[in-house]
Write a new protein. Structure first.
Lengths: 164, 194
């Protein structure tokens, strides 16, 4: 068994139906993860995404990482780990995802230094979990929009403790 | 030595502790009326009393106990006569019946699966993974929310990996029941503040 952190999207569970429902896309792998004897837990963050910690077989984690929109934090699970050993490409993939979530570049730059030698996994995940917005439903377009008031975010430490 | 200000430990008994509020043993009523208001979800039909059970007024429906709000810490339990029919329970419901309904929903999909969801202006967001359960007809199913922890129970026993953490809605709210099909029924409704 192995552990990994992912940033992954939410999915509409019932297009065209009401009440509108969404779930973390990691749920698509629940059966496989459970078959491994594993589990997963998440915190919803900005941009209709979640930070997810998964315990599963190495093969399952590899398969999850191949899913569209999923980004795996390579090589590190402990929030106190520093990320100086990530390649430039690995680091940029995470930074690109933070931008895609909706965090402005200036906010990212202010929180995370360019040199990640001293940056911890916890710092990156806590930044990603700075906020999320309240969902609402647009009946005209049958779309769930994430543009409401700022909502509380479950701490990454809670997610980390839930999956060991 | 200065005394601290720790909150006293409050023991909450084994699930359920809530009293029986409605066994529905009375004449049919459509809508249920009385202590039941409908709907919880704005897109839903209501609830009625039929054959000494709670049923929907349409191809599904939802309603809430209107006598009082409960909680913040609260629980619900009811008898699920037919596990082949998906049904719901609601906790910490605020602004029921309008597009801005918030709170938590337990979705009992069937005999082997349940989901815990958060309602945000009527949008459902599943919290965590599908929960594997083992339920049979007439089982007693329910849920508790204590602080930021939501737990489900089947016959008083929590299934594996069946708690979720969410801090969005922490105040008092209504408790309700819902049905996803015209043949769905609930019985022996218990609800209360913990």
């Amino acid at each position: 068994m192995a552990l990994a952190w992912f940033i992954c999207p939410y999915k509409r569970a019932n297009p065209g139906e009401t009440p509108p429902s969404r779930h973390c896309a990691m749920n698509d792998f629940t059966a496989t993860i459970r078959a491994d004897g594993g589990d997963w837990s998440e915190t919803e963050v900005l941009g209709d995404h979640a930070l997810v910690k998964v315990r599963a077989s190495a093969a399952t984690l590899t398969a999850i990482n191949a899913a569209a929109g999923f980004v795996r934090v390579p090589g590190h699970v402990d929030l106190n780990d520093t990320l100086g050993d990530l390649t430039a490409g690995q680091r940029q993939a995470i930074l690109d995802k933070l931008l895609a979530l909706g965090y402005p570049q200036a906010e990212i730059d202010a929180a995370l230094p360019a040199n990640w030698a001293a940056v911890t996994l916890g710092q990156v995940l806590r930044f990603a979990a700075r906020r999320r917005l309240k969902p609402r439903y647009d009946q005209n377009t049958d779309t769930i929009l994430l543009d409401g008031d700022v909502q509380p975010v479950r701490p990454v430490e809670s997610v980390a403790a839930a999956v060991q | 030595m200065q005394l601290g200000t720790r909150r006293p430990y409050v023991y909450i008994g084994a699930f359920p502790t809530a009293p029986l509020l409605d066994d529905f043993n009375r004449a049919d009523a459509n809508p249920a009326g009385g202590n039941w208001s409908s709907p919880v979800a704005v897109s839903s039909d209501g609830v009625r009393v039929v054959s000494n059970q709670l049923g929907p007024t349409g191809l599904g429906g939802s309603g809430y106990w209107n006598v009082q709000t409960f909680g913040p810490d609260q629980e619900v339990r009811a008898k699920w006569p037919s596990v082949g029919l998906a049904q719901h329970q609601y906790l910490r419901i605020v602004q029921p019946g309008v597009g801005t309904v918030d709170g938590y929903k337990i979705f009992w999909l069937g005999s082997i699966t349940a989901q815990i969801k958060r309602l945000d202006d009527g949008v459902e967001t599943q919290l965590g993974a599908d929960i594997t359960i083992s339920a049979a007809d007439n089982d007693l199913v329910g849920a508790r929310v204590i602080g930021t922890t939501i737990s489900i129970y089947v016959n008083g026993v929590p299934p594996a990996s069946s708690t979720r953490t969410d801090s969005t809605y922490t105040g008092a709210g209504y408790i309700g029941l819902g049905l996803a099909s015209g043949s769905g029924r609930w019985d022996d409704f218990r609800a209360g503040t913990l």
